[in-house]
Design a protein. Structure first.
Length: 451
């Protein structure tokens, strides 16, 4: 997902087109004859404006503003100067970059309009962009009878037009003080917003809510909570003021570092198997979230499974203080399930799993990727590819309640449980033990040589 820093950087790129006028697909002069006096110049056309309907609706309008609010980019246009109209006619175009969206703005001469942009991945250049607009400064002096254009193109982006310019400006004024990447950010406003609007949510949902803390995405949420040493399942109402202020501070710092460098900072727990802080294999991955602000599953798109996100956290660095637990004893059908979880030898045996030759630092946790009876099972192996160390990591897990011992992925269930008046959706994979360690493949795709 393109988070606040990426959207803000895209908004800065568009500033080069502010004050310029949109033109339909420009004609490119093509004088193929050396004798221009007897041969009229012919014209070829550049790639069309996309989406196509914008060529007619925005032609002649001037880009007045371009600003970012959280993960959204707004382009505000005004009617041509010679068009009699009321000042409230201004419209806006909204861009949301989704998972893999990107944007590029470039200055070109009219003779270079047809050239492909540089800095765009080849697989994106093979497809048409989601947005392509041509801008020109009509007041500039012509050079060689040609205009200089600014071309704005966006790929894999959701484009919405028209959008009310007044509502767009209102959203900027209302949310800029708590936008994680805004120059007008105010930590007290962000603190108050989370405390008042998200008090009944779990902290994971409160941070991802773009009306509460704009610009925060899943990576920023996970790493900020880890640096704040807060369990992502905690309810906002159980957080002390000092804890909540610590979350706001680390969220702002991580977002601004990402914005300045153009790359996300070091990921201590996100998509990791071992914690980057305590160096232990204590990172837990779970799909949590989806609680609504009023603590109810109100059916308006909030409080449902599709609102949940895969979350990583360290169980040692982020202790589960004041996390409301759910009594899941009724979910453990096999008689030995509870005893396996509470058996002290279980934890001890898992902690001691390490490579006897290279030690704990070279031991890593991997997951079976090949689709057979052991798919998704986790195991320990050595980072040294020449080492033959292998040990299943789930041998002490409880049996699956469906009693299918040879299938790990056969019991992947999505459960929605009520926690303290609010709904917390999480995904639990109930592990069952397979019989043979065949076809175990590490996460980098290499098959262990001793299997």
């Amino acid at each position: 997902m393109v988070e606040g820093p990426g959207a803000t950087r895209n908004g800065r790129k568009v500033q080069v087109a502010v004050g310029k006028t949109v033109v339909a697909t420009p004609a490119i002069p093509d004088s193929r004859s050396s004798d221009a006096e007897f041969n009229a110049p012919r014209s070829t056309f550049a790639p069309p404006t996309l989406p196509h309907h914008l060529a007619g609706e925005l032609a002649g309008e001037t880009l007045e503003e371009a600003f970012t609010v959280g993960k959204e980019l707004f382009l505000l246009f005004n009617a041509p100067i010679d068009t009699p109209t009321d000042p409230n006619r201004a419209t806006a175009l909204r861009l949301h970059f989704g998972m893999n969206g990107s944007l590029i703005a470039r200055k070109v001469k009219s003779s270079d309009v047809k050239k492909k942009p540089s800095g765009v991945p080849p697989w994106k250049q093979k497809s048409d962009p989601s947005l392509r607009l041509y801008f020109v400064d009509e007041n500039q002096a012509r050079y060689g009878g040609a205009f200089n254009y600014v071309i704005v193109e966006a790929w894999e982006t959701t484009v919405k037009y028209p959008v009310s310019a007044m509502n767009s400006r209102s959203r900027l004024l209302d949310l800029s003080s708590r936008d994680a990447c805004s120059s007008l950010f105010n930590a007290q406003d962000a603190f108050t917003s989370i405390r008042e609007l998200g008090n009944s949510m779990i902290i994971s949902d409160a941070l991802l809510n773009q009306d509460i803390f704009p610009g925060v995405g899943n990576i920023i949420k996970i790493e900020s909570l880890h640096r704040s040493k807060i369990d992502p399942r905690r309810i906002v109402s159980t957080l002390a003021d000092a804890e909540l202020r610590r979350i706001v501070r680390h969220t702002r710092i991580f977002s601004m570092d990402w914005l300045k460098s153009g790359r996300a900072g070091s990921k201590l727990v996100y998509n990791q198997t071992s914690c980057g802080t305590c160096k232990g294999m204590t990172v837990k991955m779970q799909k949590i979230g989806g609680s609504s602000s009023d603590g109810a599953n109100n059916g308006n798109g909030r409080g449902h499974a599709f609102m949940s996100r895969v979350t990583f956290w360290c169980t040692v660095c982020q202790p589960a203080n004041n996390v409301l637990r759910v009594n899941e004893s009724s979910l453990q059908t096999p008689s030995n399930s509870a005893s396996n979880f509470n058996n002290p030898t279980t934890t001890a045996s898992r902690v001691k799993a390490q490579c006897p030759q290279h030690g704990m630092k070279s031991t890593k946790l991997c997951r079976v990727r090949k689709g057979n009876q052991n798919v998704l099972r986790i195991f320990y192996t050595c980072k040294n590819r020449a080492c033959h160390f292998f040990n299943w990591a789930d041998t002490t897990f409880p049996d699956c309640r469906c009693r299918t011992r040879n299938q790990f992925s056969g019991c992947q269930k999505l459960k929605e449980v009520e926690v303290g008046g609010s709904y917390v959706v999480h995904q639990e994979i109930e592990a069952s033990r397979a019989t043979t360690p065949m076809d175990a493949v590490s996460s980098n795709g290499h098959r262990k040589s001793n299997l």
